[in-house]
Design a protein around this ligand. Structure first.
Ligand SMILES: Cc1cc2nc3c(=O)[nH]c(=O)nc-3n(C[C@H](O)[C@H](O)[C@H](O)COP(=O)(O)OP(=O)(O)OC[C@H]3O[C@@H](n4cnc5c(N)ncnc54)[C@H](O)[C@@H]3O)c2cc1C
Length: 285
């Protein structure tokens, strides 16, 4: 289908972009990679009157790595993450998750900012943000603010972003070298959105797991942490029996719904299996 009519602007500063978004009473939209927005417009799910193309905002492109963690500019593309060798140690879980995103062409265009603003329940990046306690920096007419991931994602395709706000950066806290981690997802074909996916990590203290973070995608209306499964892991040595118990806790904790792709019962069971597999893989790293 052809796109509905719209005006187009290509600002060169974040302030200019914010002013343009604010000038259309909630009817303007930022354009990043266009990999979600263009299909939404073609299907008339979104009909913005103005597209504010972010491509000239070069300040939003870099990946910065420091003692406090990884900072991803909103315009960092999936391809940039996969090509950045520093992330193999600075944030291996991010890299593992992003290798599952979509297909070659889409990974060349899609951006981290676009993904979290779009907030698809099955997208990998929101799952990483939730699992890793990311902080999302945004800029709007009222100024800059930082939003914790747990407050940012509010439902399917729904976030805490105001209509005049632009995501500028995503901060992932520092990653200790000894951390155990894994990412597992199941999709019918590689590159499809996950029917369920698990991002997890834990640290080792005195031979036991501590600080377990387990996040789920594709089950429920947005990515979230699984606190009960985390509690099963914390304070215990990770082994096969514990992985089974954590999987059972995860299955009991999620609230999937039936849809055209899978029944709720299947997604519940799949989530438990993926937690179990991810814990065993993390243990073996
Ligand atoms: C066939 C197909 C398969 C896909 N499979 C997957 C998959 O497996 N996993 C996955 O995670 N994704 C998948 N995607 C989505 C893809 O990753 C998109 O790139 C991503 O969701 C959106 O990023 P974008 O840069 O293209 O954003 P756009 O499409 O440009 O924008 C998406 C939304 O975000 C808003 N936006 C964009 N940037 C900003 C910003 N900086 N601040 C505020 N708002 C902003 C836009 O206004 C719009 O509402 C798939 C897409 C397609 C077409």
């Amino acid at each position: 289908m052809k796109l509905p009519p719209f005006e187009y602007a290509c600002p060169t500063t974040v302030n200019e972009a914010v002013a343009l978004l604010a000038s259309h009473q909630g009817e303007a939209k930022a354009l990043a990679g266009g990999q979600s927005l263009m299909p939404m417009m073609a299907f008339r799910v979104a009909q913005p009157t103005l597209l504010v193309d972010l491509r000239k905002l070069s300040d939003l492109r870099g990946i910065r790595i420091g003692a406090d963690g990884v900072r991803l500019g909103a315009l960092v593309r999936w391809r940039d993450i996969l090509d950045d060798k520093r992330l193999e140690t600075a944030h291996p879980l991010l890299k593992a998750a992003i290798s599952h995103v979509a297909h070659y062409q889409i990974r060349n265009r899609g951006t981290v900012g676009g993904s979290i603003a779009h907030a698809d329940p099955a997208a990998e990046m929101p799952g990483i943000c939730q699992t890793c306690d990311a902080v999302i920096s945004v800029m709007g007419k009222a100024g800059a603010r930082q939003i914790k991931a747990k407050d940012f994602f509010q439902g399917a395709l729904t976030t805490a972003l105001e209509s005049d706000e632009i995501i500028t950066e995503i901060h992932l806290p520092a990653w200790p070298a000894t951390r155990r981690y894994d990412f597992q997802e199941f999709a019918r074909r590689r590159g499809d959105f996950a029917m369920s996916g698990i991002a997890l990590y834990y640290d080792i203290e005195g031979g036991k797991a501590a600080n377990a973070h387990i996040g789920v995608i594709g089950v429920g209306d947005h990515a979230r942490r699984l606190g009960k499964a985390e509690a099963v892991v914390n304070g215990n040595a990770v082994n096969e029996a514990l992985a089974v118990k954590a999987g059972e806790a995860a299955s009991a904790e999620v609230e999937p719904q039936d849809d055209i792709h899978a029944s709720a019962a299947y997604r519940r069971s799949l989530t438990g299996t993926l937690v179990e597999r991810a814990l065993l893989a993390a243990m073996a790293r």
